[in-house]
Design a protein around this ligand. Structure first.
Ligand code: 3HC
Length: 331
């Protein structure tokens, strides 16, 4: 039933749902039941998932760009092979996630179009440049490390296809994180110049990684609804804190320092405390003013245009096959 609705966070046309169905749905979420594609779900739940899962898919695909930049400059054949396969994993993650999104009744073309039209977001983190080889280590250790912290709870998300896609994705992300840390360890134990590269990468990636978890809870517009629906299991700030607590000791073990003079361990709470995050930088990046936003979208649009002939060939092939099958069935 479509009509005016209050408290509509998903920005689509307002919908008022049948209260009884809605109550049953809320009870299923509260009871930790999985919601499957053919189950009834409120429009706002469906739209929230399309928004989050499609943005997640876009992030995986655009996330290939900063690393792709280093495939031809990897320092050894082994590093090159690992980097290539990691980037291919990210493409695969994008594909699982676009498929999960399609189970919600939206086509892959539609969500990609929303990205290309600038209506859908992708993760802020991929708008930063990769300036030296140590950035491949920092991305694996910190960016993939942050991604896992955020994504492990998504394996228990209420929407079945998303939760199942996340299980495989997290296994691969975990390998990505370890290979990144191993690059950092090698550099940190290497020559003074190599250690300086690792330090420089940590300095540049630390704060953007903390921003990756999203705005503070107090201003996170979707969190309360998404947590009630068990799409999100932890708040943005809780996950950020878990990441900080897990990562600071790893950085100290590398013999590196964090670019935060206020970073300290609170003995009473047993948590690491950071200085204030510069949320104005996060807002600028989301508004398209990060160091690489324009470049990332230019490349993404170009690859879409370059791939048009492949999609067209696949469409023609599918049409011919369907016609052949229809003919055979008629014989
Ligand atoms: N970058 C860009 N936009 C962000 C963001 C970030 N780091 N964090 C939040 N936002 C956006 C939200 O999308 C939302 O905008 P919208 O209404 O236009 O969609 C707005 O800021 C408000 O934030 P909320 O906290 O209210 O939004 P959510 O409840 O959706 O929480 C999230 C944000 C925690 C990122 C959540 O969407 C999520 O967990 N998403 C799934 C994981 C994901 O997308 N990760 C991206 C990285 S993938 C990756 O890193 C690949 C790996 O290979 C490294």
């Amino acid at each position: 039933m479509y009509a005016q609705a209050l408290d509509q966070k998903d920005k689509g046309p307002a919908v008022i749902e049948d209260p009884e169905r809605l109550a049953r749905f809320e009870a299923r979420c509260a009871a930790d039941e999985k919601i499957e594609p053919k189950d009834w779900m409120p429009e706002a739940y469906r739209r929230t998932l399309i928004r989050q899962v499609s943005q997640h898919a876009h992030s995986e695909v655009i996330g290939m760009q900063p690393e792709g930049n280093w495939v031809t400059r990897a320092p050894s054949l082994k590093r090159k092979a690992v980097l290539l396969s990691k980037i291919q994993d990210e493409a695969g993650h994008g594909l699982y996630l676009y498929s999960a999104c399609e189970t919600l009744g939206v086509s892959r073309e539609e969500v990609v179009e929303a990205l290309l039209a600038g209506k859908a977001k992708y993760s802020s983190i991929f708008n930063y440049p990769t300036l030296n080889w140590a950035d491949m280590g920092a991305i694996g250790w910190l960016v993939d490390g942050a991604a896992i912290m955020n994504q492990i709870p998504l394996c228990r998300c209420s929407y079945g296809p998303y939760a199942r896609a996340m299980i495989r994705i997290c296994k691969e992300e975990s390998f990505h994180q370890r290979q990144g840390y191993e690059i950092m360890l090698t550099l940190a134990r290497g020559t003074p110049a190599q250690k300086a590269m690792a330090q420089d990468a940590l300095n540049r990636w630390w704060w953007p990684c903390l921003m990756m978890f999203g705005p503070p809870d107090a201003v996170s517009e979707h969190s309360s609804e998404s947590m009630r629906w068990k799409i999100k299991r932890f708040s943005n700030d809780d996950l950020r804190q878990k990441f900080i607590d897990a990562t600071v000791p790893q950085g100290l073990f590398l013999g590196l320092t964090f670019p935060d003079p206020e970073l300290k361990f609170n003995e009473a709470t047993e948590h690491w405390e950071t200085g204030p995050i510069d949320w104005s930088e996060f807002k600028r990046v989301l508004a398209g003013e990060g160091p690489c936003n324009r470049q990332r979208m230019r490349v993404r649009r170009q690859t879409e245009a370059d791939g048009a002939w492949v999609r067209e060939a696949a469409r023609v092939h599918a049409k011919k096959r369907a016609a052949r099958q229809a003919l055979q069935a008629a014989e």
